[in-house]
Design a protein around this ligand. Structure first.
Ligand code: SF4
Length: 472
């Protein structure tokens, strides 16, 4: 997807190839031993923002949204890439120039209490940017402060109160008034309503919408709540592990075709119906670390629609189960730790329903025999049950490979089992980093399933060739 498809207007903000990596090495010993932990919080993000529009950025906690917001405004220094405001690269400005430019680019924080100076009154907080940028003084300043408080729905006499004397919603209004004081073009709103009650959330969202209409503001709106994003955004970017995986106008992102991650997020939105029991798509595994992101598509360790290799005749579901077994075997330090997969499918530690086997048969090292002393047949059944693997697999070659790996597991040769599975079962999604494919007007999805070479009917890259895209 091109950022400027069909758009002749210069965006107020353009972000190109933005990367923010930081060192999270902990303690003296790590440094002494040269154990560096480089967090790739933002890893190659592009977008543009036009005057008066809202770009919603959504993703789970820890996906890099806040680092992105802070990098765009220069509050943290990006590692690479550029942020252009009205065509000028902010990353090339000196700190003094950047401070001056902040008049045009403001930030609204998630937690107004911690972002507002507790020693200043509301009048001081809202008036401070006027002083810093020399925009008003004396009676004119006081009048402007009163006007700003009224603009955000507070009263002029609130100017004498301190932050702790306001409710959460009022404090957020104060944060917005402070941002508005310098007459900005762009406001980056970082989870501005996530700490508020639902009714107050609606009031703040309506206020932001009214201010946008009145002053022509452009917003980058960061949130983890898809309903909020749908409500406020003209365009949406879905972020996963430091990257945008889907972008487009709101109405197209909330309709098929979806990125599998977007689809899973959407399916997890609870319905208002109290009898609704949920039909959410379960994401297997846990969110990987941004220190060492997965190869290929970063979502492959959890993706419900992982592309099977054309080498075998296996369903997508079986391929997902095989990959879960493979990933678990890679991390396991003993047969019993394979069972951790059972409690992590929803990523929240909640247990996954058992199947036909009695729970008493679960792999139990404290049992009378222990896992490696169970019969070959029982052990095989337990592993297949644990990972939802058919017995036998529909493809004889795949069945032979998995049976050999199960034998190794039973002998407690975990490393060997992991190597066998690693060699036998590799999805194209593990090999190739997907680029963003056009799927509609101004709508792009970074998923190999939208590569022109992908055969949707067969569910694979039918000729067995590697899909297009850069290797990672
Ligand atoms: S590339 Fe593969 S793993 Fe990534 S989202 Fe698409 S189907 Fe899933």
């Amino acid at each position: 997807m091109s950022d400027d498809d069909g758009d002749a207007v210069e965006p107020v903000l353009r972000v190109e190839g933005l990367e923010t990596h930081y060192d999270s090495t902990e303690g003296f010993l790590d440094r002494l031993l040269g154990r560096s932990r480089r967090v790739r919080a933002v890893d190659g993000v592009d977008f543009d923002l036009r005057a008066g529009e809202t770009l919603g950025v959504v993703g789970e906690s820890g996906c890099g949204k806040t680092t992105l917001a802070r990098s765009v405004l220069g509050l943290v220094e990006p590692t690479a890439g550029s942020v252009y405001h009205r065509g000028e690269d902010l990353t090339a400005l000196s700190s003094a120039e950047l401070r001056d430019r902040r008049k045009d680019l403001q930030y609204v924080f998630q937690d107004p209490l911690s972002s507002l100076n507790p020693r200043l009154t509301a009048g001081g907080i809202v008036g401070e940017p006027l002083d810093v940028h020399g925009l008003a003084a004396g009676a004119e300043r006081d009048e402007r402060v009163r006007e700003l408080l009224e603009t955000v729905g507070l009263k002029p006499n609130h100017a004498a109160r301190y932050p702790h004397e306001f409710s959460g919603g009022q404090r957020q209004r104060l944060g917005i008034a402070r941002a508005l004081a310098v007459d900005p073009e762009v406001i980056v709103c970082d989870e501005p309503v996530s700490a508020l009650d639902a009714s107050v959330q609606a009031q703040i969202l309506n206020l932001l919408s009214d201010l946008q209409a009145e002053f022509g503001l452009a917003y980058v709106f960061i949130a983890h709540d898809l309903r909020v994003i749908e409500h406020v955004s003209d365009r949406v970017a879905v972020m996963y592990l430091g990257e945008f995986v889907e972008r487009g106008p709101t109405e197209t992102v909330f309709e098929p075709p979806y990125h599998p991650y977007t689809e899973a997020l959407l399916s997890a939105i609870p319905e208002p119906d109290p009898l609704w029991e949920g039909d959410g798509i379960r994401l297997t595994g846990t969110v990987p670390s941004p220190v060492d992101p997965p190869s290929g598509c970063r979502f492959h360790t959890r993706c419900p629609r992982l592309v099977p290799s054309a080498e075998y005749d296996l369903s997508g579901e079986t391929w997902r189960s095989l990959t879960d077994l493979k990933l678990r075997a890679r991390e396991a330090d003993g047969v019993t730790s394979l069972t951790a997969a059972r409690t992590s499918r929803e990523g929240d530690g909640s247990p996954v329903d058992g199947g036909a086997l009695d729970p008493a048969d679960a792999i139990d090292p404290a049992g009378p025999t222990g896992p490696t002393e169970a019969s070959r047949e029982t052990f095989d059944a337990l592993v297949r049950e644990e990972f939802g693997l058919p017995d036998p697999l529909s493809d004889p070659d795949a069945e032979a490979a998995v049976a050999e790996a199960i034998d190794a597991l039973r002998d407690d040769r975990i490393g060997e089992a992991a190597e066998l599975l690693d060699a036998a079962f590799v999805s194209p999604c593990e090999r190739r980093h997907p680029t963003e494919y056009d799927v509609g007007a101004d709508h792009g999805i970074a998923c190999l399933r939208y590569d022109g070479e992908f055969d949707e009917e067969a569910g694979t890259f039918a000729d067995g060739s590697e899909p297009a895209g850069s290797a990672e």
